[in-house]
Ligand binder design. Structure first.
Ligand SMILES: CC[C@H](C)C(=O)C(=O)O
Ligand SMILES: [Mg+2]
Length: 600
């Protein structure tokens, strides 16, 4: 049964003459009326290298769509660069911007009754914000991200912005060395080259099935990225007609991003040691679509999914470009499928099932198609460029070494249970998260005295000032979604712990969150947060904290009675919070629900 075009609201009927006049003033041809109007949700900005190359691509997509007879209208969302916003109170705005992006997409698409949308995202909060909007609106949608940044290597090891941050705070490193590293750490456009949050989310979008093969790993500078945009533009038109002309609901985001798809995506996330932010965002995206996907599901998966792929910051040997050479996301999924860990019946935005795409895009088959070789041979250009598709270098061979290559098979897994874990205990009755893939196995069990700080800034000062010593557990409170507000990423304190060469000697726990660039024994998203009365707010210096990743527990060594009798520690910091952020804080949930807005 056909579906009526949403846009008919403003293009049909005598009384909409004014709206039609305005559509034609925008450039719509009269013969386009009565066909789907496609929104191009772009996110170009020159504040973020992951978005600085998106200016022209929106109009290239428009041209591709209009060749097929549909009118396409581009608009832009905001995009915050976490790596620039952090280290000061700019980071308070990062997570709140996710929900602002989701709202801005809803406003534009519903105000103008667009029929379908192609979402051009990339960095940390933009992809999840647009995914939240897609699940909220549930109109035909295709995702295509700006693509990952090339990785700079020094003596075969990754040298990225995390390297720059750690070296810069290490007094033993010269100014010249710091300058040398910062000059090469980010060699142009794209989302920072490790399995940080942006690349984690763009890879998960590919796993969920809302983007095309290669979306998570084809480099931003490669010409194959432009081909991906052209393919996505053609696909959104095809899907819009399937939905409105044929009544085919299978192209809708909620038909694709089902509970099974979320479980597949989380399985991938655990297997690749993705950023812990993905847990926060997947919970929020599922919530928008009414999908039953909770922290308990993540905990259950983390106990049986092996870690099959480690990229920066979990290793300095590989980054996204090497993952692409090993077959990218669909080949990690292929290895997981061999272990029966996926539901491959899930249908994807290209109309295929996951089983079909895993089979078609495997690089381990006898004969690999030229299309598959083209995608996974995309290699770095090796020169600075902030222009999309500025080079077309290729690898001579693909990485099919599943024993010691970038992607492992289950027999050669880094660990039998995954790269992410959920812990519970009297500090986190509703859970907290840790990226196990980034924790040295020697400290999966750790106990030590608390050193408590009620702000990220105070913690940074304490770590750099020598207040934190080997054996300590750094506790950063009142940095949750409500308490911060905005649940800051704690990349600076976790990096400073490394700068002070305490990486294996200290733990850090917080109701805040971590950048995907964080590794080490860093436990975040503690829920309930201190600002919601959580027990983390009762911890004082010297309390013994017991962390046990294998047994999934985190406790302060106090009896229930002692803990209940403890008062909440007062907040001593002096932080100026704007009205906009206070409004956010007044409605936001703790991290265990994804830091979502609670209205009803
Ligand atoms: C590398 C740090 C990056 C900018 C980030 O914020 C993340 O991955 O979340
Ligand atoms: Mg981030």
């Amino acid at each position: 049964m056909k579906h009526q075009l949403r846009s008919s609201m403003s293009t049909e009927g005598r009384r909409m003459a004014g709206a039609r006049a305005l559509w034609m003033a925008n450039g719509m041809k009269r013969e386009m009326m009565g066909k789907p109007i496609i929104a191009i949700v772009n996110s170009f900005t020159q504040f973020v290298p992951g978005h600085t190359h998106l200016h022209e691509i929106g109009q290239l997509v428009k041209a591709e769509i209009e060749k097929l007879g549909c009118y396409a209208a581009e608009f832009n969302t905001i995009a915050i660069d976490d790596g620039i916003a952090m280290g000061h109170d700019g980071m308070l705005y990062s997570l709140p911007s996710r929900d602002l992006i989701a709202d801005s997409v809803e406003y534009m698409v519903n105000a103008h009754k667009a029929d379908a949308m192609i979402c051009i995202s990339n960095c940390d909060k933009i992809t999840p914000g647009m995914l939240m909007a897609a699940m909220r609106l549930n109109i035909p949608a295709v995702f295509v991200s700006g693509g990952p940044m090339e990785a700079h290597k020094i003596n075969g090891e990754n040298a990225d912005l995390i390297t720059a941050m750690i070296k810069a705070a290490d007094a033993s490193v010269s100014d010249e060395e710091v300058t040398r590293i910062e000059n090469c750490a980010c060699p142009g456009c794209g989302s920072c080259s490790g399995m940080f949050t942006a690349n984690s989310m763009n890879s998960l979008t590919e796993a969920i099935g809302l983007s095309l093969p290669g979306n998570g790993t084809i480099l931003a500078t490669h010409t194959n990225r432009i081909q991906l945009f052209k393919d996505a533009a053609q696909l959104i038109v095809k899907n819009a007609f399937k939905y409105y002309e044929e009544g085919d609901d299978s192209v809708l985001p909620r038909s694709i991003a089902t509970r099974q798809a979320f479980m597949n995506a989380m399985t991938l996330d655990i297997a690749m040691g993705g950023s812990t932010n993905t847990i926060l965002h997947l919970l929020a995206i599922a919530n928008e679509g009414g999908v039953d996907f909770k922290m308990a599901d993540i905990d259950q998966l983390s106990r049986r999914v092996p870690c099959l792929c480690k990229l920066a910051p979990n290793t300095q040997r590989f980054s996204i470009q090497e993952c692409n050479r090993a077959g990218g996301i669909l080949n990690i999924l292929g290895e997981l499928n061999k272990g029966g860990l996926l539901d491959t019946t899930c249908r994807r935005v290209n109309g295929h099932t996951l089983a079909e795409d895993i089979e078609e895009y495997s690089i381990m088959k006898e004969t690999v198609s030229s299309e598959v070789k083209r995608i996974y041979s995309s290699a770095p250009g090796g020169v600075f460029s902030n222009k999309m598709g500025s080079q077309s270098k290729t690898y001579d061979t693909l990485d099919t070494d599943r024993a010691d290559g970038c992607i492992r098979d289950i027999e050669h897994a880094y660990s039998k249970d995954g790269g992410l874990a959920v812990l519970f205990g009297n500090i986190a009755q509703n859970g907290c998260v840790v990226k196990t893939a980034g924790v040295d196995a020697s400290i999966w069990k750790f106990s030590g005295p608390a050193k408590v700080f009620d702000s990220q800034e105070a913690a940074c000062e304490g770590i750099l000032g020598g207040k934190v010593v080997s054996g300590d557990v750094v506790v950063i409170t009142h940095e949750g979604p409500k308490g911060g507000p905005g649940m800051q990423e704690m990349l600076y304190p976790t990096s400073y712990i490394k700068s002070k060469h305490l990486g294996k000697g200290c733990a850090l726990i917080t109701d805040g969150r971590f950048s995907g660039g964080t590794s080490g024994l860093s436990i975040g998203h503690i829920s309930p947060e201190a600002a919601a009365g959580g027990n983390i707010g009762k911890i004082v210096d010297g309390d013994i904290i017991d962390i046990d990743i294998p047994n999934r527990s985190i406790n302060v060594r106090l009896s229930d009675e002692e803990l209940a009798a403890r008062p909440m520690m007062p907040v001593t910091r002096n932080r100026q919070v704007s009205k906009a952020l206070k409004a956010y804080a007044s409605m936001v949930s703790s991290a265990d629900m994804g830091g979502v807005r609670i209205i009803d």
